[in-house]
Design a protein around this ligand. Sequence first.
Ligand code: BES
Ligand code: ZN
Length: 726
Amino acid sequence: MAPPRASSSSAAAALSLMLLLAAVAGTTTVDGGRRKPAQAPAAGGEEEEEEARRGAGVRYATEEGAHVKAAPPRRAPPAPAPAASPDQFRGQARLPRFAAPRRYDLRLRPDLVACTFTGSAAVTVAVSAPTRFLVLNAADLSVDRTSIRFRDLVPNDVVFFADDEILVLEFAKELPLGEGVLSMNFNGTLNDQMRGFYRSKYQYKGKTNNMAVTQFESVDARRCFPCWDEPAFKAKFKLTLEVPSELVALSNMPVAMKTVNGPMKTVQYGESPLMSTYLVAIVVGSFDYIESVTAEGTRVRVYTQVGKSNQGKFALDVGVKSLHLYKDYFGTPYPLPKLDMVAIPDFAAGAMENYGLVTFREVALLFDELSSSESSKQNVAITVAHELAHQWFGNLVTMEWWTHLWLNEDAGFWFILLTVSLFPQVEIHHASEVDEIFDAISYDKGASVIRMLQNYLGAERFQFALSFFPTFQKALASYIRKYAYSNARTEDLWAVLEEKSGEPVKNLMTTWTKQQGYPVINAKLKGTYLEIEQAQFLLDGSSGPGMWIVPITLAAYLSVMQNVTSSNRSGYNDLLKVYRESAEAEEKTRVLGTLCYCKDKNIVLESLNFLFSNEVRNQDAYYVLQGLGVDTRDTAWIWLKGNWDRISKKFGDTQVTGFIRYVVTLFSSNEKAAEFSRFFSTRKKPTFERTLKQSLETVRINARWIQCIRSEPRLAQMVRDLLQNP
Ligand code: BES
Ligand code: ZN
C-alpha cells in the first residue's frame, strides 16, 4: 500500500521521497494541492516507447515538476505534441466531455481506528469521441496505478495534476467508442477537515469513538473516490461498505443486502437514480433512530446519538410534513425509497442535502422539549424544510454548473415555499440567513428577487399554493418535471416561467441576477402619470450606472395603497384618477389589482362597491377581488353575502365563480366552511357548483394545516415572530 500522505507542513524533500516510494510501490499519490503540477510527459504515439513505458513504470509529478521514471525511456523524448499530451488538460475550468460516467460501483472499507480507508471503483464510462485519454478528478487519494484498467486496457501513463485535482490516464491507442468499465483501487485518510470522507468523534459508553462521514459539496467527492466531480456528470451509484458489524452504516439508498462475517459486515445499497457526485453520502457510527412513514409510503428516519432519539421527534415531524407538501408543490413524488436525516457531531455547514441521507450539525436537527430554546426549534424547522426542498430543487434537478447555485441555495426562497403553504394566513417578509457559499447580500437578494418574481407572476394567489396552482408554482412543477434526473441552468427556469406566464421573465431576471446591488426606485404621482426614477444602490455608498427592469405593477401602486386609510385617502384618489384617465387597458387593470390591497375596511368596501359602478367592466372585476387578503376577508364575506343577489344579477354565472373563489378561499376553518355551505345551499347553480366544491375543499385543507400548526403553537408563534422581525 502507499505510504501515508505527508501533512501540509511536510518538507519538499520528504515529499519527493514519498513520491519516489509511491512510484516503487506502484501507486500514484494524489495529494491535494501542495505539489506543482507535472510537466508535459514525453511525446506519445510511438509504439516502441509506449511499450517500454507500459512495462517499466510510471511518471509522477514531483515537487520540481519533473517526471520520475522507474525505468527511463531508451532515448530522449522529442518535444511534446500538445494535442496528444496529458498537459492539454491542465488549467481547465471543467473536465473534458469526451468521456462521461454512467454508473459507479464503489466499495469502501473505512478503518475507524486507524482513520484510513481503502476503496475500489468500477465506473461504467461512455466514450463519445475519439480519444486516448480519460480525465477525472481525484485529490488526497493514493491510487494504485497497477490496478487501473479500462476495459482490458492498461494505461501507459498516469499523471496527476495536483493544482487541477485531475488524474489523466493516457492509453496507447484510441479508446473504443461506447461504454466500458474503468476500475481502480485507492486508499486515503479519514481526515479531520470535515470535508471529503472524514472522521467525527462521539462519546459512546464513556469512550470517545470515531464515526466516518462524508461532506462532498461542492467539490470533495474526489477526496473519497476518483470521479467526474461536476454536477452535470450525473450517474447512478451503487455502493458497498465494509464496516464493523455493530455499527450503523448509511448511504443514499436503502440496504439491498447485508452479510455479517464475524466482526465485520458487508452492506450493499440499492442503485441510486441518476445523481451528481456532490450528493453522494456515507455515515458509519453508533446511532439510535426514530422513524415514521409518509402518506405516500416513504420511510423517514432521524438518526441521533444513542439515547437521544427523542430529540429527533420534532425534525421527523417537520420532515414528514415537508415531504408531503413538496410532493404536491413540485408535482413530483419524492424520488427515493427512503429519507434519513442524521445528526453529526462535527459538521462544517449547518446541514447538507445529500440525496436520501441529509446530514446536519446536531443543533440544526435535534430539539429537546425541556432544554432547547425556541430559536433552536425554529432553526430546526427552517433547516429541515430547506434541505428537503433541495431533494427536488437541487438533487432531482441540479444546476448545470456552480455559477447557477444561487437559485438552489436561496434559503429564503425555500422558506417561502414552506411557510406559504404551512401557514396560509401569514404574510411573508422573510429572507433567510447566510450560507457559507454566499454572503448575506446574495442570499437576501436572492430571496427578495424571487419574491418580486412571485408578486409579478401572481403573488396574491401564491398564498393558496396547494389549491390554486398559480402560475409560479405551475411553472416550477413543470420545470422540475422537464429537468428531472438531469441538469438545468438558471436561464432554463426563467424560460419555463416565461413560457407559462407569457411575461418577459428572462430579460427581467437577468437585470437582477447579473448586476451588482439594487436599484433605488423613486415613484411620484404626477397628475395621471406615475413618474419613476431609478439609481443603482451599492452597499459601499457609491452609485453606479446599472439599470433594472422593475415590475412596477405591484411595487409602486401597492406601496401607495398600503398607506391609504379612510382619513388619509389621497393616494387612493390618485390611483382612481389614474384609472379613470388612463387610456391603456393594462394600466387600468394594474390599478384595479391594488384597490383592495389595503388594511382599512371602509376603503376595501368602497373598492368592492366600485365593482357595481359602470366604470369597471364585468370582465375586470376579478382584478379587484385578487387584491383581497386575510386581513380583509371578513369584510369581503359580509359584502358578498349582503350583495349576493345584486352580484348574481350583474355578473352572470361565469363571473360569479370568481367571486366565490376569491372570497371563500381566504378562510381556513371548518366552521367557516360549514357557514359557506349553508349560505350557498339555497343559492346553488350548476355553473358554479364545482368551483364552490373546490373552494370549500381549500378552506378545509387550510383548516387542517391550521390544526397542525395549533398542535405546535410555539412553532406558529416563532414563525410569526420571525416573519415580523426578519
Ligand atoms: N447545500 C448547503 C450546504 C453547503 C453549501 C455545504 C455549500 C457545503 C457547501 C445547504 O443546503 C445549506 O444551504 N445549508 C445551510 C442551512 C440552510 C437552512 C440555509 C447551512 O449549512 O447553513
Ligand atoms: Zn441549501
